[in-house]
Write a protein that binds this ligand. Structure first.
Ligand SMILES: [Zn+2]
Length: 106
C-alpha cells in the first residue's frame, strides 16, 4: 500500500504524457473507487478537460504528484456529465489556490 492516497478534490501533477496531454499537466481527482485487493483507484481529468480515467495505486505512485487540495468534492455520475460540468465546476479550481470551495470565485 502506498503512503499517500489521493482523494476526490485533490489537484495533482501528471508526471508523464497521456492521451496527448504534456507531462506535468495539472489534473483534478474527480472520483475514487475500489479495485480488487483493496487497491484504491482514483480518476483524473486534466486542466485542459482531458479525462485520463482511472489510476491504480501503482499508477498513482508512478505518475501522480500531490499539488494541493481544492476542497471541492465533485459528484461523479458519468463521463458525459463530467464533460458538461468541467468548464463551470472543475476548470476554475486550477486558477486559484485559495482553498475555498466556491469553485472558485475567490
Ligand atoms: Zn479561489
Amino acid at each position: 500500500m502506498m503512503e499517500q492516497t489521493f482523494v476526490n478534490g485533490d489537484i495533482v501533477r501528471v508526471t508523464a504524457p497521456f492521451l496527448g496531454e504534456p507531462e506535468n499537466v495539472l489534473g483534478y481527482v474527480y472520483d475514487e473507487y475500489s479495485l480488487s485487493g483493496n487497491d484504491h483507484g482514483v480518476s483524473v481529468i486534466t486542466e485542459n478537460g482531458c479525462d485520463l480515467g482511472g489510476f491504480s495505486e501503482d499508477e498513482q505512485e508512478k505518475y501522480l504528484e500531490f499539488v494541493r487540495k481544492s476542497k471541492y468534492h465533485y459528484q461523479f455520475k458519468n463521463v458525459i456529465q463530467l464533460d458538461r460540468d468541467f468548464d463551470n465546476q472543475i476548470k476554475p479550481l486550477f486558477a486559484c489556490s485559495c482553498e475555498r470551495t466556491g469553485n472558485c470565485g475567490c
